[in-house]
Every structure is written in structure tokens, then in C-alpha cells.
Design a protein around this ligand. Structure first.
Ligand code: PLP
Length: 390
């Protein structure tokens, strides 16, 4: 059997491969410290779990409308209004099996061969693969530590061509933790809107923002930007619900929303009924202390990890403003992120993610979604390794 070129061209997830290798080592009794995780290390809050149990007991276990239940879409509209000052109607919402699925659906609905999608680099590793799967072309705008990993308006103008269909903005960012200021978003948004380019605003880390700052959605920054933006969010990161697989999108472009619903109706149908009930509970009845406690804990860990990394010879990082990752620059020339990752795991029993998978071979990503005890132990080992090899 011959596989499609589409299937052959998808890169396997290196993150999963590293996680699997680290797990295998752990299972065989080796004391591995992992900084690989892309999910909060907190448990899903009990009231959310109970809502799911209740939904099973009450027989809410059948298909729902493809785009999600009316109650959930209404709760998502309320969330957008309360948290983001954005007004949508339930018909403008599509609930999917994770924000990843929402993003995949959008790109499938909008892109085809010859289209270009602008992606600021370093990027979340699934964006380019989704673009490739739609036979479109990812166009990267390079950023680095010196620009705080944010694109400039002038970079965006240069990257736009007549084929540009989409610009992806991810603030707070995975892997860099950077956040765009309101003025920067406004400038970028106005350029995209003036050219009729769809902005995908991936806001999955909106609740994990430090230093007392709060999230600004690009969609709030003017009528034209609002019309040209599709907002993607979900409960994975804000309510520690990665395994429940619920994400959602909102757009005032009804033609686009209908196309996305149609695509979803022929792939997954609806997202899981039980998870929808759990999400309804998360959005409607969560004490703000739940998210605040999680964020405060992440902030303590961030401060510790950043302080330690910047004392290590041959490694440095910016202070992430959001999300739960530090993106560390490797200073030694010729020492690639892949080599550092492989050798840290083999020689020091520490799992990190190579920056190469996010578009920068001179960085490694460390997730601080792990206990302070693990962080201390793991950073000691990284320090020792760089003292010898950095
Ligand atoms: N967007 C970014 C930037 C992410 O880092 C992730 C998950 O790691 C997602 C989207 C997908 O989240 P979900 O679990 O809702 O599919």
C-alpha cells in the first residue's frame, strides 16, 4: 500500500518521542527529571469531575449538536463577555475536541494549495504541520531573545504577499512565554485587517499571566480587527483539563463558522458529551481562587527557575511573562538543541525539549509544570552538565 504524500510529509512529534524515552527510562527504575510536560501538573478540580460523573449517571451520554450544546455555547459567550469584553452569539461558537482541533478545523476551512500562513517563529510545533496538511505554505517571521520573541509591524508588512491568508498570533506564547503589548497587537491587527488577512488568535494560555498583568485579546482592538479575527481558547490549561479534550473558537464571520461546523460534522461530530458538561461546570461555577492559586504557584516556580538558569554558564533565558515554559538560549557555538537534549537525558537523566521543534536550534524549552522539588533537582543536574560542557 502506498501512503498519501500528505501522510508521508507529516513530521512525527519529537516531543512525544522524548517523553516516551524519558518514561521508558523512568519505568526501568532510572530517576529521570522531566521538564517536558505541556500540561499543568495540577488535578482537574473536584466540582468539575463531579459534574462529569453526574452527567454519566443522568444518561447524558449521547450525541449532541456538532458544534456543542446550546448551554455550553451560551456559557462560552458569557466567558468571552466577562473575561475578554467580546460579544458573540452562541451561533458564532464552535466547540471542538481541544483547541488543537479548533485550529485544525480553521486551517482546513480556509487554506488550500498556494495559500500562505504567517507564523511568528519560535512557534508551537503543530501550527506548521496543520498548514502543511492543508497543502498551504507556512511562512515564518523569525524573532529572538533581542526582540522578546515578538514580531514587529515592519516584519509583518515584509512577510505579506498576495497569497497570505492567515496570520497566527499566540499570546502568551508556547514556547517562549512572551506576551504582546496592546499597542503592538493593535498595529499588527490593523495591518492584517487592512489586507483582509484572517488573524487566528490562540489564547489558550490567557489565564497563566504573571506580574499582575492581564490578558488582552487582539479581537477587542477595533471593529475591523474583530471582524478579521477568529479567537481560539479552551479549558486544557486554565482548568487543568488537558485529557478532557475541549477547545472552542469564536468568529463573527458566519460563513466561516458554518464551514467549520460542516467540516467537524464529518470528522468527529460533536466533542464528548460528558466533557461538555464538565466544561459547562468549569466555566459557570469555578471559584476564581482555583485559577489564581495555580497561577501563583507557576509564578513562584518561574522566578526560581529563571534566577537559576541565568546563573548557569552557557545558558540564559528571558523571564517568561505567561504560560509555563522557559525558552533557554544555548551559548556555545556548534552545540545544537538536539545534542543538548540527547546528552542531558543520557548523561544527566533530565528531559527537556529541543528548540529545533519550535523553529530554533539554539534553544531548549523547559516546562515548569512540575513540582518545585523536581525543578530544584533538575536544574542542579543541568547546571552540572553545562559546567562541564557549556
Ligand atoms: N495552542 C498552544 C499554543 C498549545 O501549547 C496547545 C497545547 O499544548 C494547544 C493550542 C492545544 O491545546 P488543547 O489541549 O486544547 O488541544
Amino acid at each position: 500500500m502506498k501512503l498519501s504524500s500528505r501522510a508521508k510529509n507529516v513530521s512525527p512529534s519529537l516531543t512525544l518521542a522524548i517523553t516516551a524515552k524519558a518514561k521508558k527510562m523512568k519505568d526501568s527504575g532510572i530517576d529521570v527529571v522531566s521538564f517536558g510536560s505541556g500540561e499543568p501538573d495540577f488535578d482537574t478540580p473536584d466540582h468539575i469531575k463531579l459534574a462529569a460523573i453526574k452527567s454519566i449517571q443522568q444518561g447524558f451520554t449521547k450525541y449532541t449538536a456538532e458544534s456543542g450544546t446550546d448551554e455550553l455555547k451560551k456559557a462560552i459567550c458569557d466567558k468571552f463577555q466577562k473575561d475578554n469584553d467580546l460579544i458573540y452569539s452562541p451561533s458564532q461558537i464552535v466547540v471542538s475536541c481541544g483547541a488543537k482541533h479548533s485550529l485544525y478545523n480553521i486551517i482546513q476551512a480556509v487554506c488550500e494549495k498556494g495559500d500562505e500562513v504567517i507564523i511568528p517563529s519560535p512557534y508551537w510545533l503543530s501550527y506548521p504541520e496543520m498548514v502543511n496538511l492543508a497543502e498551504a505554505k507556512p511562512v515564518f517571521i523569525e524573532t529572538d531573545d533581542s526582540s522578546g520573541f515578538r514580531i514587529l509591524a515592519s516584519d509583518l508588512r515584509k512577510a505579506i504577499t498576495k497569497n497570505t491568508k492567515i496570520l497566527i498570533i499566540n499570546s502568551p506564547s508556547n514556547p517562549t512565554g512572551s506576551i504582546y503589548a496592546k499597542e503592538e497587537l493593535m498595529e499588527i491587527g490593523n495591518i492584517a485587517a487592512s489586507k483582509g488577512i484572517l488573524i487566528i488568535s490562540d489564547e489558550i494560555y490567557e489565564k497563566i499571566i504573571f506580574d499582575g498583568n492581564s490578558h488582552v485579546s487582539i479581537a477587542t482592538l477595533g471593529e475591523d480587527i474583530f471582524k478579521n479575527t477568529i479567537v481560539v481558547n479552551g479549558v486544557s490549561k486554565s482548568f487543568a483539563m488537558t485529557g478532557w479534550r475541549i477547545g472552542y473558537l469564536a468568529s463573527s464571520n458566519n460563513e466561516l463558522v458554518t464551514a467549520i461546523k460542516n467540516i467537524q460534522s464529518h470528522s468527529t461530530s460533536n466533542p464528548t458529551s460528558i466533557s461538555q458538561m464538565a466544561t459547562l461546570e468549569a466555566l459557570n461555577n469555578s471559584d476564581t481562587a482555583i485559577v489564581d492559586n495555580m497561577r501563583n504557584e507557576f509564578e513562584k516556580r518561574r522566578d526560581y527557575i529563571v534566577g537559576r538558569i541565568n546563573k548557569i554558564k552557557g545558558l540564559s533565558c528571558l523571564k517568561p511573562e505567561g504560560a509555563f515554559y522557559v525558552f533557554c538560549r544555548i551559548h556555545k557555538k556548534g552545540l545544537s538543541s538536539m545534542e543538548v537534549t540527547d546528552r542531558l537525558l543520557d548523561e544527566s537523566k533530565v528531559a527537556v525539549v529541543p528548540g529545533k521543534v519550535f523553529g530554533s536550534d539554539s534553544h531548549i524549552r523547559l516546562s515548569f509544570a512540575t513540582s518545585m522539588e523536581n525543578i530544584k533537582k533538575g536544574i542542579d543536574r543541568i547546571e552540572e552538565w553545562f559546567n562541564k560542557n557549556g
